[in-house]
Design a binder for this molecule. Structure first.
Ligand code: EPZ
Length: 422
């Protein structure tokens, strides 16, 4: 069980250049969508170092897809040689929620699938009621048996109308995947417009899907007979970019992130500026230089283009060093503050009341032994450790390795005093 040993300093700023990886939350739906294509799909700028990507590769292979990994080119070539198996096993869903995306793709292609019901995770329950309600509107019926959702559309998926009660990222992707080959027209309302979902729509359109925006959060999908495989470059990972920018923010350092579209994190960059960071953006890069003391702020997470819930744990860590009172309200998940108790072990003052974190920032943190519990909390704890005086030992680092490629090497590259410990 790998651990990170980090010797932090309240006075040494990180410095350096990070090449942003492809977005984990973009590549996972793109990979699942390959099931819909008759011929080869090529994905480039794939974050092969993110363990969730490896899990999705194994999942696709278990269904019968042929997946070729071209490591030095960060490329995946996925070919569907034969009819897929229609069972998505629990072991793929239990560690990677995005496995549910195979549901929409299998339904879209074969009108049938059996997928393990995803359990909860440390963020709280991860229901898929919206996904299932949407499939029902597409002429499907489903039943739950021994932890598996069995879905079938006896007379075939038919276009329908569905409005999401709440914005759901993978819910939106799943319904799109189920609709692109349907008989008829599907209208989806109150959809997610996260960059990762728009990247999936772009990929499907370039493969021949007929998907039209008819409102800020409304699309119309005209079912087509087939999709043609082609090459697609995965967008940069906005959450990873924000994570490393926070490293410079919390340690009074200077970081440049390349291969990222700054427009994908406009709101988050505004917040970093507001708390005293100098930000310089170019077409595909962002540079953060923090010279002054951090300022406090209040914010609320929201679906894109609001402040991303996935960026919140890292900002919470940064705000522990902004002298004075800050407040964060989490509106997406019920349990997104898993990093708080670990940062408190470093001396941070964070008080959680229901969905609100009250932070009293201060100048000093001290290294401590910590346990990470989910993907983004891992990075938040690492941020605390790099800015704390003394050594921190962070266990269960595997949570972070699910979504950050080259985490150890990148941290070393920007000057973090880090060692691995088994
Ligand atoms: C996606 O999760 C991301 N994962 C998450 O990133 C991200 O935090 C989340 O969207 C919100 O942006 C991937 O893209 C693989 P939701 P998803 O459906 O799709 C409720 C990370 O750190 N809901 O948008 O599972 C749900 O409980 C991960 O990379 C229902 O109630 O999230 C939550 O409160 C963590 N019923 C809210 O909606 C449903 O059927 C948003 O969830 C579906 C969702």
């Amino acid at each position: 069980m790998e651990k990170f040993l980090i010797k932090g300093s309240s006075s040494k700023g990180v410095k350096g250049l990070i090449n942003c990886s492809g977005a984990k939350n973009a590549v996972l739906p793109l990979m699942a969508s390959s099931i819909l294509f008759d011929n080869t799909v090529t994905l480039i700028n794939v974050p092969l170092g993110a363990n969730d990507v490896q899990t999705m590769i194994t999942l696709l292979k278990s269904l019968g897809s042929k997946v070729q990994i071209i490591k030095n080119k960060k490329t995946l070539k996925i070919t569907n040689k034969k009819k897929h198996k229609l069972l998505v096993k629990y072991k793929y869903i239990s560690t990677m929620r995005a496995g549910v995306l195979a549901m929409g793709a299998l339904l879209g292609k074969y009108n049938k699938c059996s997928t393990a019901l995803s359990g909860g995770c440390s963020l709280g329950p991860r229901p898929i009621g919206y996904h299932l309600a949407g499939f029902k509107k597409l002429n499907c019926k489903y039943s739950l048996n021994k932890g598996y959702i069995n879905i079938v559309s006896p007379s075939g998926i038919k276009g329908g109308h569905f409005r999401f009660p709440k914005v759901s990222v993978t819910g939106t992707s799943n319904l799109i995947l189920a609709s692109v080959l349907a008989n008829g027209i599907t209208t989806l309302k109150n959809i997610s417009i996260e960059p990762e979902v728009l990247d999936l729509i772009k990929f499907l359109r370039n493969g021949g899907a007929r998907i039209y925006n008819i409102g800020k959060r409304t699309i119309k999908i005209f079912g087509v007979k087939k999709l043609n495989g082609h090459q697609h470059e995965v967008i940069g990972d906005r959450i990873e970019a924000f994570s490393y920018l926070c490293a410079a923010a919390i340690t009074k350092g200077k970081i440049k992130i390349k291969k990222i579209n700054p427009k994908h994190l406009t709101t988050e960059l505004k917040v970093l500026k507001k708390i005293g960071c100098n930000i310089k953006v170019e077409k595909s890069s962002i540079e953060l230089n923090r010279k002054n003391n951090l300022k406090t702020t209040n914010l609320k997470t929201a679906p894109y283009p609001g402040f991303a819930t996935d960026c919140m744990p890292m900002l919470m860590a940064v705000l522990t060093k902004a002298v004075g009172k800050s407040k964060i309200e989490e509106t997406i998940f019920t349990n997104r503050y898993m990093a708080a108790p670990e940062l408190v072990r470093m001396g941070a003052k964070i008080n959680i009341k229901k969905s609100i974190a009250f932070i009293i920032g201060q100048s000093n943190l001290n290294g401590a032994d910590c346990i990470s519990s989910d993907l983004r909390s891992t990075f938040a704890i690492i941020l605390g450790a790099m800015a704390a005086n003394g050594e921190s030992c962070i266990s269960r680092i595997y949570h972070g390795l699910r979504g950050y490629s080259n985490l150890y090497n990148n941290l070393k590259k920007i000057g973090v005093n880090i060692k691995k410990k088994s």
